[in-house]
Design a protein around this ligand. Structure first.
Ligand code: GLU
Ligand code: ZN
Length: 296
């Protein structure tokens, strides 16, 4: 077996503090990396200034630290990477894979999410247009470490997709792929809400001659209405001073069977226990989207 260094990452968007769901993602990827003796990086995905909440990046980093989730190296901020995204877009343009699209929101909504290629032959100028990447009908398949085999036909299920928005912001899909390559990420563990983005990301990696990492998509923690906990539906931030309980609750939610007395130990002791006992197999076999514990 080759011993390439394993590098994982947690990549929050600074739209609010960590909540139970994002703690679960951070903790699981941290434990997985630690068990593999790999590195665990943190990347702040501050690509969309209008959606950013002032102070959120700082708060997230402080919360990670107080939960003992210490990252390797320095934090990468996507806002410092715009030149790299522009270079990637340029290389896609040179490959003839990009066209400009000026469809308005109303037209896009009427398509129900699958772009129909309307602007692909129009040769529109860059001004006031979104840049779309041409896809094809070859299925994109990968073996998710939790979900198993997953496959998408981008042409039928997504259509040509936006890599730079009409407001000139680069899309999440492009930025995430450029940065995962730049940081040499080998293992991506994140919430299952991003499972159906993964084929787009693999396709982008292929177009840009990048490596494809291993993927593992975690089931989602749900609120009382059965929605994913998220900043958008106002999931509670994690209360300060209860870090051990939060970690224990997240481990319990992840079906890792932490012993009851462990919740009264320090975060370092909990993380040591959790690293020694971490089983992604158990997550894969016994966890589905399920309610967050009461109080979260
Ligand atoms: N920044 C994304 C989010 O907070 C996650 C990106 C990723 O893990 O690929 O939803
Ligand atoms: Zn269009």
């Amino acid at each position: 077996m080759s011993a390439l260094p394993s590098i994982a990452r947690f990549a929050p968007s600074p739209t609010g503090p960590l909540h139970f769901g994002s703690l679960v993602s951070a903790l699981a990827s941290f434990l997985d990396a630690r068990q593999r003796n790999g590195q665990w990086l943190v990347r702040i995905e501050d690509l969309d200034p209008p959606r950013e909440v002032p102070g959120a990046s700082h708060q997230i980093l402080k919360q990670l630290e107080s939960h003992g989730l210490r990252w390797d190296g320095t934090v990468l901020y996507q806002s410092s990477r715009l030149e790299a995204y522009a270079a990637a877009l340029e290389s896609l343009i040179e490959s003839g894979l990009i066209y400009q699209c000026r469809c308005n929101r109303q037209r896009l909504q009427s398509l129900g999410g699958i772009y129909d290629g309307h602007c692909s032959q129009l040769q529109l100028p860059h001004q006031d247009c979104a840049a779309r990447l041409r896809v094809n009908s070859a299925p994109i398949s990968f073996n998710d470490q939790i979900v198993g085999q997953y496959s998408q036909n981008l042409q039928a299920e997504v259509g040509d997709f936006v890599v730079r928005r009409r407001d000139t912001l680069f899309s999440y899909q492009l930025a995430v792929v450029v940065d995962d390559q730049y940081q040499a990420i080998s293992h991506i563990m994140r919430g299952a809400d991003l499972l159906d983005s993964t084929p787009r990301q693999i396709y982008l990696q292929q177009c840009l001659n990048f490596k494809t990492p291993e993927y593992a998509h975690l089931p989602l923690a749900l609120n009382a209405e059965g929605q994913k906990l998220s900043k958008q539906n106002l999931a509670m931030g994690l209360l300060e001073g209860q870090e051990s309980q939060h970690l224990w609750a997240a481990l319990h939610w992840l079906r890792q069977s932490p012993p009851e007395p462990l919740q009264r130990q320090s975060v370092a002791e909990i993380l040591d226990w959790a690293t020694a006992h971490w089983s992604v197999q158990t997550v894969a076999e016994s966890l589905q989207n399920s309610p967050a514990p009461e109080g979260y």
